[in-house]
Design a protein around this ligand. Structure first.
Ligand code: CAA
Length: 379
């Protein structure tokens, strides 16, 4: 595999790096502290073509590769991990399903608006009793003529309340396990659909996470994505791509924490010299840099397979597992290098530490990633 960048890829990465440094990094602590949703970022990212990166120009996208997408996500996450997850969910599990499985009518109704950033996408799978064991969802969609009546609750929905379209997994035929799950596109203003409470989280505070409430919500049958019973496989195939993006988010968080720690170690003096002179600190920095590069290579490998249309479930799970465990590990080392200052909100590394934690949990916990990898290597 050759990951040397083309001129176009280099230009894109540098443009996103510049945008993230100027527009996101200075505000990231504010969004974290206030929990304000950074909607203006969506408009700016739309102007740069980042809201529809993976989709062809004919449908309003930018037509870039998955490799370019993960490079962009890394740069964004390094500056503001909350903005990165808003974009990652919008792209890989909010817009991609319509691009891959939508009817021409669904595409013409939603795709261009999503790609241009006029609409924000969300993905609604998780329920109170069905997190890791996603086949156990209960949200029920009853056939009622030309529409479904949907009842149930979804939780932990990224972009909840901010999104315009919710890619929602429902049971259309109970009693037959995952084969009874279907996928519906739910508009924000669907009668009987409402947004529940927002979670108060440890980190990623600029990204909204809410409950969704379906109380006999009337979803037209034309909003069924794929065929009845296709839903679970649609969800799993999307998560393969989504997990690569979360891996990239992990690499970005780790790089942010590492770069702050490196700068601090060079400047902070103890025992009459910069602490970077001490092997105890240098070895930490060396291990941090190594894990970041290893994580990035796993993310690039999975993205490259996806670009070439090859199976990549195992590689996506490996990338997500390693890069996000590394984000947590690296952020922890960064706090340690900062010492007491690292534990204080006036310095940025404690935010990376809090933001890193959820990357080991969402888009499939890292224990689920190990299950996916184990199942494939054991065939
Ligand atoms: N692509 C397509 N189909 C797939 C697939 C894939 N990658 N993986 C599995 N399937 C199919 C299987 O072929 C099987 O179909 P058949 O029965 O027809 O053969 C079916 O799906 C069931 O698969 P398994 O038997 O492997 O199912 P399982 O119950 O043993 O395991 C699981 C499934 C991997 C544990 C799955 O439930 C899972 O990934 N759980 C984690 C849920 C998750 O990731 N949630 C994330 C929520 S979104 C989010 O977090 C976004 C955010 O906010 C950032």
């Amino acid at each position: 595999m050759d990951f040397s960048l083309t001129e176009e890829e280099r230009l894109l990465r540098d443009t996103v790096r510049d945008f993230a440094a100027k527009e996101l990094a200075p505000m990231a602590a504010h969004w974290d502290r206030t929990g304000e949703f950074p909607r203006q970022n969506l408009e700016k990212m739309a102007q740069l073509g980042l809201m529809g990166m993976l989709f062809p120009e004919e449908v309003g996208g930018a037509g870039t590769s998955m490799l370019s997408y993960v490079m962009a996500l890394e740069e964004i996450a390094k500056a503001c991990a909350a903005t990165a997850v808003i974009l990652a969910v919008h792209t890989s599990v909010g817009t991609m399903p319509i691009y891959l499985y939508g009817t021409p009518q669904q595409k013409s109704r939603y795709l261009e608006k999503l790609c241009r950033g006029e609409y924000l996408g969300a993905f609604a799978l998780t329920e109170p009793q069905a997190g890791s064991d996603a086949t156990k969802i209960r949200t029920r969609a009853k056939d009622n003529g030309d529409h479904y009546l949907v009842s149930g609750n979804k939780i932990f929905i990224t972009n909840g309340g901010e999104a315009d379209i919710y890619v929602t997994f429902v049971v259309t035929e109970p009693g037959i396990g995952h084969r009874g799950i279907s996928c519906l596109l739910v508009d924000r203003d669907t009668p009987g659909f409402s947004i529940g409470a927002a979670e108060k989280k440890m980190g990623l505070n600029g990204s909204k996470t809410t409950e969704l409430i379906f109380d006999n919500a009337r979803v037209p049958k034309e909003n069924l994505l794929g065929k009845p019973g296709d839903g679970f496989k649609i969800a799993m195939s999307l998560l393969d791509g989504g997990r690569i993006g979360i891996g990239a988010q992990g690499v970005g968080i780790a790089r942010g924490a590492y770069e702050h720690a490196l700068a601090y170690a060079l400047e902070r003096r103890q025992f009459d010299q910069p602490i970077a002179n001490f092997q105890a600190i240098l070895f930490k920095l060396a291990d941090m840099a190594t894990r970041i590069e290893a994580g990035r290579l796993l993310v690039y490998q999975a993205a490259d397979l996806r670009d070439r249309g090859k199976p990549c479930s195992k590689e996506a799970s490996m990338a997500k597992l390693f890069a996000t465990d590394s984000a947590m590990w690296v952020a922890n080392q960064a706090v340690q290098i900062f010492g007491g200052y690292g534990y204080c909100r006036d310095f940025p590394v404690e935010r990376y530490f809090r933001d890193a934690k959820v990357t080991q949990i969402y888009e499939g916990t890292n224990q689920i990633q190990r299950m996916v990898i184990a199942k494939i290597i054991n065939r």
